[in-house]
Design a binder for this molecule. Structure first.
Ligand code: E4P
Length: 216
C-alpha cells in the first residue's frame, strides 16, 4: 500500500516528503480553507514539492461547472488529479474528464455501490471515508473490504484510497484489506513512526555506548 498525505499545509508536506514515505497529496476545500491562502497558489506550491498525484477538489455542483474548474486545475501541473464529489453530476463530469485524459478522484464515498459506479464512470481513484463512517457508528473498514473485493472480482483498475484516516490502526487494517493507498494526516504519519520500545531501545544503546566510552 502507498501513502499520500492528507493536508494542504506546506510545512507538513515538506516534512513528510523528506521522510521519503509519501507518493502523493490529497487536499479538500476544508483543508485548503484552513490555510487561509489562495487555492491555486497552494496547489502550485504542493506540485513543486511532491512528484506524485495531487488531488485538488472542484466546488461547482453541476457537471459543466465541475469540468470547467477541472480543466483549469489540471492545467496547473501534470500531476494534478481532480477530486469530484460522488453525485450524479459528479459522475457525468468524471466520464467527460476521463475521455480527456484528466485523472479523477471520486470523493465522499460511503458505500460500495458508489465506488463501483465511480469506477465504471472512469474514475482513476475512489476515496471511501473510513473515519466519518466510524463517527456515525458504522463500519468504515467493512467498506474498504467490500470495495476491494468487488474491484478484485471484476478486475477494476480504479485505485482505492482509504480516506478520513484517524489513527494508525485504520492504516494497518486498510493495508491488510487491500486498499491501494491510504491518505494519512501528518499527525498519524508521526504516530506510525513512534513505538515506545524503539525509544527505550535507543536509550539503552546510548547508555551502554557511553559506559564503554566508545567512539565512531
Ligand atoms: C480525503 O481525501 C479527505 O481529504 C479526508 O481524508 C477527509 O478526512 P476527514 O473526515 O478527517 O475530514
Amino acid at each position: 500500500m502507498k501513502f499520500f498525505i492528507d493536508t494542504a499545509n506546506i510545512e507538513e508536506i515538506k516534512e513528510a516528503n523528506e521522510l521519503g514515505v509519501i507518493s502523493g497529496v490529497t487536499t479538500n476545500p476544508s483543508l485548503v480553507a484552513k490555510e487561509g491562502r489562495d487555492f491555486i497558489e497552494v496547489i502550485k506550491e504542493i506540485a513543486e514539492i511532491v512528484d506524485g498525484p495531487i488531488s485538488a477538489e472542484v466546488i461547482s455542483e453541476d457537471h459543466e461547472g465541475m469540468v470547467q474548474e477541472a480543466r483549469k486545475l489540471a492545467g496547473i501541473h501534470k500531476n494534478i488529479v481532480i477530486k469530484i464529489p460522488m453525485t450524479a453530476e459528479g459522475l457525468k463530469a468524471v466520464k467527460i474528464l476521463s475521455k480527456e485524459g484528466i485523472k479523477t478522484n471520486v470523493t465522499l464515498i460511503f458505500s460500495a455501490n458508489q465506488a463501483l459506479l465511480a469506477a465504471r464512470a472512469g474514475a482513476t481513484y475512489v476515496s471511501p471515508f473510513i473515519g466519518r463512517l466510524d463517527d456515525i457508528s458504522s463500519d468504515g473498514m467493512k467498506l474498504i473490504e467490500d470495495i476491494a473485493q468487488i474491484f478484485k472480482t471484476y478486475d477494476i483498475k480504479t485505485e482505492i484510497i482509504a480516506a478520513s484516516v484517524r489513527h494508525p490502526v485504520h492504516v494497518l487494517t486498510a493495508a491488510k484489506l487491500g486498499a491501494h493507498i491510504a491518505t494519512v494526516p501528518y499527525k498519524v504519519i508521526m504516530q506510525m513512526i513512534k513505538h515506545p520500545l524503539t525509544d527505550a531501545g535507543i536509550e539503552r544503546f546510548k547508555e551502554d555506548w557511553a559506559k564503554a566510552n566508545l567512539k565512531i
